[in-house]
Design a protein around this ligand. Structure first.
Ligand code: MCA
Ligand code: AMP
Length: 506
């Protein structure tokens, strides 16, 4: 029987000579392909020695490191389900994810062990390990005693490989269940579409707890047996310094904006580069053009979601990369634009983007009703993005029907932040809107009204939020007003608030 385990496909792509360098880090470490083979085997053996149930979740909130990547690969290899968590999440957020996913294993930074283990044990997790970015922690101590021989667990294409939490427009986050087949099919399509070739070297500068850094970038390099230059954190100076040694770079628009501020970003620095890819948030046309002028390279913009991995891409070759568009539906992806009555719209008309394909997820974890709501009767997933397709087939995203702010490539769901603000004493109601920001593309601004007779202190409210939520979710400003604008139906007119505050940061 064929093994559909994603790790098996990635492993098969390792170069024949396992002593070649697979990863060089910004801390001066170097890992060979053999190191990855052995380390994933040892960690997979550790996981399998724990007697976990089939389909067990391994929840991970650790700083970026090669060992954290090994943990991801080992989880696949051992046949369990990887659940990455943003390091910015604080206790209330972690409590929800762990309570909802009921992981059998939790791995956290040692400095967080106290509070994370308390949450995990309360939720019934039996195994809590630590892993730090300096290669210390109980996970590696334990794995160090395990055999470096391991047979990759047998998996079907639709077996779950990962759960990625993505917030909803209402209520709490939903865990998008992605299968081995979802992830592998997408990685294979991107390998061909982006022309990955022998000798490619990727600068990996993104976090590894979301689709972009964990799947798109990492699978891309691994499936091509390509070396990665591994940066623990995005540092524009270091990226520019490393560009001559690389051929491929991937980033959210904020990374491109910050790189453009570096004087060292020149044609000469980019002389060996083959491809710059952007996504996760809209790339401004000014950034696209300035990049072309400064580097001689045309950024390739693509579009995707946690629920679907990559959906569309501008062409690598054989066509123009058009700024402001996200290109064409990828091979195997069926994408359509629908009107309010569920009718297919003609070329150029704006409507809801819906997709189908082998990359589309298996549903939301333990939310069959929510899952059903997000699919059409004929099996298309409703992305919540609004766009159009031109006569040449290029897709442009013009907005979102979901109330979502994308800030520096991270998603902020207004409903979640408003929920926290509304619970604060003295608050009558609140609205969070996204406004343009030169660095993060878009940031949240809160507008709040007070209960009768109460005086609210905006900066104290922000400080209170900061103590409870991931830092990127904190509104960059908070205004206390006497009332929120409403339409005839009584609905808050966020468009008016957005308009009113659009120049705050420009
Ligand atoms: C940091 N801050 C932010 C953000 N990041 N504020 C708003 N939005 C952000 N994204 C704030 C912090 O709250 C803090 O504020 C201050 O900036 C410094 O924090 P620090 O962590 O030092 O910031 P940084 O290291 O400069 O980080 C900026 C960053 C990072 C490098 C752009 O946000 C980043 O790595 N973004 C990439 C996200 C990503 O990988 N997205 C892919 C999602 P204070 O000092 O007030 O506390 S995958 C996806 O979307 C799909 C499927 C797709 O298509 O790819
Ligand atoms: P996530 O929930 O993190 O998976 O974010 C997915 C959302 O990011 C999509 O639904 C889009 O709204 C947005 N997105 C991703 N790539 C792009 C892009 N190139 N341009 C505009 N929006 C994008």
């Amino acid at each position: 029987m064929k093994n559909h385990n994603l790790f098996a496909a990635l492993r098969a792509a390792f170069p024949a000579s396992l002593d070649e360098v697979a990863i060089e880090t910004d801390t001066g470490l170097s890992y060979t392909w053999r190191d990855l083979e052995r380390a994933t085997a040892m960690m997979a053996n550790l996981l399998q020695s724990l007697g976990l149930p089939a389909g067990a979740r391994v929840a991970v909130q650790v700083e970026k490191s090669v060992e954290a990547m090994v943990l991801y690969l080992a989880t696949l290899r051992a046949g369990y389900v990887f659940l990455p968590l943003n390091t910015a999440y604080q206790s209330a957020e972690i409590e929800y994810f762990i309570g909802n996913a009921e992981p059998s294993v939790v791995v956290c930074a040692s400095r967080n062990f106290g509070w994370v283990s308390k949450i995990a044990f309360k939720a019934g997790t039996q195994n809590v390990f630590t892993l730090d970015e300096d290669r210390s922690g109980s996970l590696l101590d334990r794995a160090g005693h395990c055999s470096d021989q391991h047979e990759v667990a047998l998996k079907q294409a639709d077996d779950m490989a990962a759960i990625l939490y993505t917030s909803g427009t209402t209520g709490r986050s939903k865990g998008a269940m992605l299968s081995h087949g979802n992830l592998l099919s997408n990685a294979q399509v991107l390998k061909d579409y982006w022309g990955w070739k022998k000798g490619d070297v990727l600068i990996h500068a993104l976090p590894i707890f979301h689709v972009h850094g964990l799947f798109v970038a990492m699978h891309g390099a691994l499936l091509n047996g390509s070396k990665m230059i591994w940066l623990g954190k995005f540092d524009p100076k270091l990226v520019v310094e490393k560009l001559p040694e690389a051929t491929v770079f991937m980033g959210v628009p904020t990374l491109y904006v910050r790189l453009l501020a570096e004087a060292g970003l020149t044609l000469e620095a980019c002389r060996n580069m083959r491809l710059f890819i952007a996504g996760s948030a809209p790339l401004l046309i000014e950034t696209f053009k300035e990049w072309q002028q400064r580097t001689g390279h045309t950024i390739l913009e693509r579009y995707g979601m946690s629920e679907t991995a990559m959906l569309t891409s501008n062409p690598y070759q054989g066509g123009e990369r058009r700024g402001g568009t996200v290109g064409f539906a990828l091979p195997g992806v069926s994408l359509r634009v629908q009107g309010d009555e569920g009718q297919s719209l003609p070329v150029g008309e704006i409507g809801d983007i819906q997709v189908k394909g082998p990359n589309v997820f298996q549903g939301y974890w333990r939310m069959p009703e929510k899952t059903k709501e997000e699919f059409t009767a004929d099996g298309y997933f409703k992305t919540g993005d609004v766009g159009k397709i031109d006569e040449r087939g290029y897709i442009t995203i013009v907005g979102r029907s979901k109330d979502l702010i994308i800030s520096g490539g991270y998603n902020v769901y207004p409903a979640e932040i408003e929920g926290y603000i509304n619970e604060m004493p003295g608050v009558a109601e609140s609205a969070l809107v996204g406004v343009p920001h030169p660095d993060f593309g878009e940031v949240g601004v809160a507008v709040v009204t007070a209960k009768a007779g109460v005086t609210l202190d905006a900066s104290r409210m922000l400080a209170e939020l900061k103590s409870r939520l991931a830092n990127f979710k904190i509104p960059k400003q908070c205004f206390v007003v006497s009332e929120l604008p409403r339409n005839a139906m009584g609905k808050v007119q966020k468009n008016l608030l957005r308009e009113q505050h659009k120049s705050l940061f420009s």
